[in-house]
Each structure stands twice: as C-alpha cells, then as structure tokens.
Design a protein around this ligand. Structure first.
Ligand code: MN
Length: 462
C-alpha cells in the first residue's frame, strides 16, 4: 500500500510525503514522490495527517470487578480502539493475593487471543513477591509492574513492598507503575462518611481529595529516589499530584507521569447529576481548574503520556453495583469505578492540538511515541521509521464524530462525552499493514492482534 501526499508527523519530523507499507506488514519507506508499484493500493492522504498508530498503555479489558465485569473484552475493546486510531494496547494483568502472577499472565494471554490489534501486558502485584518472579515476568515480555498505594482490602501494598519491587524491577530492566493515592487516609474518610450517613455518589469524590493523591506521588518519588529506580505514575488527575511530579523531577528522580482524557475534560460536578454514578472513576474527576493545569503539564513535558484507564461498565451494572444487587448499590463504596475511553482518546487529545494547548507533534508523542518508548515497544511501535510495524493512522481533521454511545463501538450503553462531537477522526487505520478501520467502520479481524513481548529497559542486569 502507498499512502500518498499526507502530512506525516512522527519522531522523524513533520513533513508532507508518502508512506509505503510493505507486504511484510512493516513500513518499507517514507519520502516525497514515491511512485506506486504494480498492484499496490494507493491511498490519497492529501488534507490528512499520517501518524503512527496510537499506543494506549493503560486498559482494563474483560476484568472482573466485584460481582460484575467490565463490559468490553479484548475482542470488542480492541476493535473500538482501532476505530479511534489505537493499534496497540497494554492491559493490566492483576495477580490477586495468593495467586501465581505467571498463572494470571496465562489467563490474560488467553483472554487477549481475540484482539484485533497488538496487545502487551503489565503485571500488577498485590503483595510481596520474590525477585525471581519479577525476573520471570521480564522473561515473558512483561517489563512493567503496577503497585497500588490505595485499596487496602484488596490491592494496596505497603511502602516496604514498593521499595522491594522498585529495586527488583530496576535490576531487571522493569518499570514500576503506581496508582498513587493515600489508601489508608482515604479509608478513614470513607468510614467517616458512611458513619455520618453520607452515602451519595459525590462522597466518592469528597473522600478521595487531590491532596491525598499529591501526598502519594510525593512519597513514591522519595521511594524511587532512595532506590535509584525509575517510576511511572498512572492517571495523574490533579494539580497537587502534578506539583509532586515536578518536585520529584527537579530533584533528579526519574519519574514519568500519565494522565487520561477524563482528567482533562470532565469535571467533578458530573457526579452530582442524576446519572452521577456513571461518572465514578478513581482517582475521581476533579474541578475544572485542574484540567488547565494538566494541559499545561502535557505541554511542558511534566506529563509524559496520555492513556485511558479504559474500564467500561453497562449502566445496569453500575446501578447494580459491585455486589450486583437487584435493588441497586446502597452507598458510594459499591459503585464500580471506571470510564470507557479507548476509542475516544486520540480525538480528545487532538482537540487540544486544534485549540493550541499542545502541538501536533506533542499529540503524536503523548499518544504513541512516548508510551512505546517507555514500555519497551520501541522501535517496533510508535513511529513510521522504516522497519517499524506498519501501524498507521490516516487522520482526517475534517471528519466530524459524535461521541454519544450509539455513535461509538465500545460495548457500553453510555458515554461520558454524550452530546459532544469532535473534529478529527481516523479515515484509515492499519495494524501491521492490515486495515482494521476505514471511515469510522471497524474492518478488522478478531485474532489478528498478537501478544507483543516488551523489551527491558537498557542498562539493567537482565
Ligand atoms: Mn487502571
């Protein structure tokens, strides 16, 4: 295939030219004035951008949550991602306490078989693990490890475990990602709210204040500093957390930060609506002034990637709650948390480029290049360099797309962006050279996606 005359934007620059996709599913060449070969499909990309396929480094597909389950599996979630321009997802495996992480990994590998685009996997540890386990994960191409500083009953680990895993991961070329909120303090606020009879949706937000996110980012920055290991903070949602990232980086800590479109776009006031339980996610949505701070952080490099934390539920499951009660959840602690987003990420961040909050090059870097580099997918993913996988998005800034649930492909019956439309959507999306979406329609094939083992960070002992 020859994609002609587009504005190509990737690590090699911003220029008008052509992209040739080889029969092997890799980028064969980029340049100006490439002539079609016999039998080659020619795609006219004039008036479009041609960019590397998006890399969404934070998804939860098929995940059981309490007595319900996220509504997208790997088949539907990756198809929706493809339509929106995402051609690689890195999903979080969770090894619950007492479970063998490698067995959990095998489960997720099986779940991921019907994926339409390539899939990498992170590993979540919920208790102390041996260094041999960390090494065994790296061996399987799982080179990043998530630790929770919140949810003490199920997921949280203490600072000692964080230090141990930071050290072990550092030695084996792994990267630790953290959910940074002070779980102990949040539990106290939740207990108080329930004891005082404050059970409504908004209490979800009130009991998880931004200061407790900032505190956890600050603390993990210190733990990273004393171990000399890098650390990546997932879903940074607030100004205090952003300030803590800046402060750690100022001291020379190798701290990377991710945010998600919901923290750039959606305000805490949504939790006060009648359907407020459809907007519960963790960290919670913040007041709009935080959005401006986060856009600034994206622009100045403090925030390194934009992922989604895609974790959709049906409206019925949200109402039923984590205990799946026919009469519905009884207080805010039973509402399943998480929002759909895998399909809308590229377009929502593009809007920031259109508005001049970030540059077009920032958009490509934040959504594709930086996550690929950070998570050991580079140079296979995240660029249009010759030899890279031909994961390509032909992005048409003039395509208008509604963000209501019925106009999208994610398997959920609500959309946090309902009533809104964006300008800019993929005209064509390729995964390893194969079309997976055309003109907003999914044209891929379940099972086309492969598991992508990820590389350890260079310089580690291995
Ligand atoms: Mn998550």
């Amino acid at each position: 295939m020859l994609i002609r005359g587009g504005r190509i934007v990737d690590v090699a620059g911003d220029r008008v030219g052509d992209v040739r996709v080889g029969r092997d599913g890799r980028i064969a060449a980029t340049g100006a004035g490439l002539e079609p070969l016999a039998g080659e499909e020619v795609v006219d990309a004039s008036s479009c951008l041609v960019v590397p396929g998006g890399v969404d480094a934070h998804t939860h597909l098929q995940l059981p949550v309490g007595d319900v389950r996220v509504s997208d599996d790997f088949r539907t979630g990756t198809a929706a991602g493809a339509v929106g321009g995402t051609t690689t997802v890195v999903d979080y495996v969770t090894a619950y306490r007492g479970e063998d992480p490698l067995e959990a990994f095998a489960t997720w590998r099986r779940w991921a078989e019907p994926a339409s685009v390539d899939v990498g996997l992170h590993m979540t540890f919920t208790e102390a693990v041996s260094e041999a386990t960390v090494a065994a994960c790296v061996e399987q191409g799982v080179t990043s490890f998530k630790l929770y500083m919140a949810y003490p009953q199920t997921l949280q680990v203490d600072d000692g475990v964080i230090v141990d895993v930071l050290r072990a991961a550092g030695r084996h070329g792994g990267l630790v990602t953290v959910h940074a909120e002070n779980g102990g303090a949040i539990e106290a606020l939740r207990r108080t709210a329930l004891a005082e009879g404050r059970t409504g949706v908004f209490e979800h937000s009130r009991t998880r204040p931004a200061l407790l996110e900032g505190e956890a980012v600050s603390r993990v920055g210190v733990l990273a500093e004393i171990t000399g290991a890098p650390v990546y903070v997932v879903h940074v949602s607030s100004a205090p957390a952003l300030a803590a990232v800046r402060e750690a980086r100022r001291r020379g800590v190798d701290m990377l930060a991710e945010t998600c479109p919901q923290y750039l776009e959606l305000g805490a006031e949504l939790l006060e609506r009648a359907d407020g339980d459809s907007f519960v996610c963790t960290p919670p949505l913040r007041d709009p002034w935080h959005h401006e701070e986060l856009w600034q952080g994206l622009s100045d490099g403090t925030v390194h990637t934009v992922a989604t934390d895609h974790c959709p539920f049906s409206v019925a499951d949200r109402r039923a709650g984590l205990r799946a009660r026919p009469e519905g959840w009884v207080d805010f602690t039973e509402i399943p948390g998480g929002l759909p987003g895998i399909e809308t990420r590229m377009a929502l961040v593009w809007e920031g480029a259109v508005a001049g909050r970030i540059t077009v090059a920032d958009w490509v870097r934040l959504c594709a290049e930086a996550p690929a580099k950070t998570f050991g997918l580079w140079p296979q993913k995240g660029s249009l360099l010759p030899g890279a996988d031909a994961d390509v998005v032909v992005w048409d800034p003039s395509l208008r797309q509604r963000l209501d649930a019925d106009a999208l492909h994610m398997r959920t019956d609500h959309s946090p962006y309902a009533g809104r439309a964006v300008s800019g959507w993929p005209r064509l999306v390729l995964s390893r050279g194969r079309a997976v979406a055309r003109d907003g329609r999914y044209v891929g094939e379940p099972g086309w996606g492969r598991y992508v083992p990820r590389s350890p960070r260079p310089g580690a002992r291995g």
